[in-house]
Design a protein around this ligand. Structure first.
Ligand code: CDP
Length: 230
């Protein structure tokens, strides 16, 4: 029996996506990314002097990522301010982007990336990375490549792309496994997380699905950057 998704999507079908670059005039770079009901905005400031001084790296620049979920982004209000979850997602997002940013071009400096979730319906770290990658490009930060991010999931025994919150909470059979993946347009993985149980074959299937989905995402990111002349 094939798995039926609650919103009628095919297993390899992502939610409707949209992007806009240049949404925050005062930032050096900014962008919005929307996947279904998940909306992220990103603002980039820098490269600028790195404070505190003792955190400066004379070999290369520093990427400082700040992920934040706004209190009204979900139905149960979220307590404002940093949490263990936001600290972890900030680090992971930083690591997902760092391999494509030419940090060696700005030693001793820092680039601040602020990501805020306006609405959350799962996949927020991926939406944040998609918005941040566009905002970095918009800010003119030298990059080797773009990155695009998507969460693949396994619901019971079926691998599906772009899980929403309803799917993430799926508990029947083998339950829900969430695999956020970030890739360059040529399919190099800069980030993969695996939370749950999956066979090697299904993991390969998940990566293939992510490859197809990130290509679609990349096209939308590229178009949004072109629209603003970047
Ligand atoms: O958002 P993402 O899938 O990257 O990370 P998660 O920690 O697996 O969170 C999944 C979803 O749970 C979020 O996107 C929100 O929709 C929801 N969530 C929530 O309602 N309240 C929280 N404090 C954290 C997450």
């Amino acid at each position: 029996m094939t798995f039926k998704r609650e919103d009628g999507r095919k297993v390899d079908e992502i939610r409707p996506i949209s992007a806009k670059v240049g949404i925050i005039p005062n930032a050096d770079g900014s962008a919005m990314w929307q996947s279904g009901k998940t909306i992220a905005i990103a603002a980039v400031y820098g490269p600028k002097e790195h404070h505190p001084r003792n955190q400066r790296d004379p070999e290369k620049g520093t990427l400082r990522f700040n992920y934040n979920m706004l209190s009204f982004s979900v139905t149960d209000r979220i307590r404002p301010g940093p949490s263990r979850r936001s600290t972890e997602i900030s680090k992971i997002s930083e690591w997902a982007l760092a391999p494509v940013v030419m940090l060696e071009d700005f030693p001793n400096m820092v680039v601040d990336v602020h990501v805020h979730m306006i609405q959350a319906d799962a996949g927020t770290r991926c939406a944040g990375i998609n918005a941040a990658a566009m905002a970095l490009a918009h800010a003119g930060i030298p990059m080797k490549n773009m990155v695009s991010s998507i969460a693949v999931g396994k619901l019971d025994k079926t691998v599906v792309v772009d899980v929403n919150k309803h799917e993430e909470d799926y508990e029947e059979g083998e339950g829900s496994t969430d695999i956020p993946i970030t890739m360059t347009p040529d399919g190099k993985i800069t980030h993969i997380q695996l939370d749950g149980k999956i066979t090697k074959e299904q993991l390969m299937e998940a990566i293939e699905m992510a490859k197809k989905a990130t290509k679609e995402i990349y096209e939308v990111q590229k178009k949004a950057l072109k629209e603003i002349g970047k």
